[in-house]
Ligand binder design. Structure first.
Ligand SMILES: C[S@@+](CC[C@H](N)C(=O)[O-])C[C@H]1O[C@@H](n2cnc3c(N)ncnc32)[C@H](O)[C@@H]1O
Length: 277
């Protein structure tokens, strides 16, 4: 899913070219905005809790780019990333971790673990990004994950997840985003209205090369905002808040998320839900 990124941001990011096809490089250029994500986490914690968050646990961390940006942001920040797949973790260790100085590195810990594991480190913010928890297809499984996230929060902790939806999610469609040297394709292969399950692929095409199909695959259930909030409350969270993205004149997202009580109809939207311990 391309978060409703504005075009200037997409252009600025697509500079470097690589000889070898590096799927995480193109993924990062296409779907991640870790610098903006950590700004959002910091601002949201301050807005809801009235103080600064120090520790972050990045669940489903993949290449743990958000953890790296979090420790760069402030000397008091610490981060723990959790992912069960060693491949993206290794990528992060080779590509993002070395960009940190030694002191910053000492404030990041990466665990090759299941987010359902007991005894994961506690943090002020537990964050699950890029819709990773959509892999839980049963309500009881999602509730069990949310309960584990709640257990992982310090007193006054905040659990933050992103989510997406919109009318285009209910039928197959493929959206191409052109960058300077490559195209990114977000392909919704199918949607089942009975189960609300949907299958997505990411494809890439470098200029002058054949399209590389199904570089990433996501077999998800599309959880709605009210379902997410209800399940968070069932899991024991005290209160939930929804952050909705503003829109530029041309209809693309402006990257600014504000607390709302109602949304607006949209072909494709991305939002955050923040849940208070
Ligand atoms: C959609 S990717 C998101 C990666 C990263 N958060 C991002 O924003 O790009 C989902 C990640 O979740 C990991 N994952 C899937 N199930 C998991 C589980 N039960 N526990 C920990 N990590 C899991 C996968 O290995 C993968 O790296």
């Amino acid at each position: 899913m391309s978060k409703k990124k504005n075009k200037a941001k997409i252009k600025n990011k697509a500079k470097k070219s690589l000889k070898e096809f590096d799927k995480y490089y193109y993924y990062e250029k296409s779907v991640q905005s870790a610098e903006n994500d950590v700004q959002f986490l910091k601002k949201t914690y301050k807005e809801i809790k009235g103080k600064e968050a120090k520790s972050l646990r990045e669940d489903f961390c993949g290449t743990f780019k958000i953890s790296c940006e979090w420790v760069k942001m402030d000397k008091k920040h610490t981060a723990v990333g959790v992912d069960l797949d060693p491949e993206p973790i290794e990528y992060g260790k080779k590509n993002y971790y070395p960009e940190l100085n030694e002191e910053q590195q000492s404030r990041v810990e990466i665990l090759t673990e299941n987010v359902m594991a007991t005894g994961l480190p506690k943090a002020d913010i537990v964050d699950a990004q890029n819709f990773s928890y959509f892999l839980f297809k049963k309500r009881e499984d999602l509730r069990a994950y949310f309960k584990n996230a709640l257990k992982g929060l310090n007193k006054d902790g905040l659990f933050i997840v992103d989510c997406f939806g919109g009318s285009q999610c209910y039928e197959p469609n493929e959206e191409e985003t052109e960058h300077d040297e490559f195209s990114y394709f977000w392909d919704q292969d199918k949607h089942d209205p009975v189960t609300n399950e949907a299958l997505f692929y990411i494809h890439f095409k470098r200029k002058g090369e054949k399209k590389r199909e199904q570089v990433f695959t996501y077999d998800w259930r599309l959880w709605s905002i009210p379902e997410i909030r209800e399940i968070m409350e069932e899991a024991g969270f005290k209160k939930t808040h929804v952050y909705w993205e503003g829109t530029e004149k041309d209809g693309t997202g402006d990257g600014v998320f504000s607390k709302v009580t109602n949304g607006e109809e949209c072909e494709g939207w991305v939002a955050y839900v923040a849940a208070e311990k």
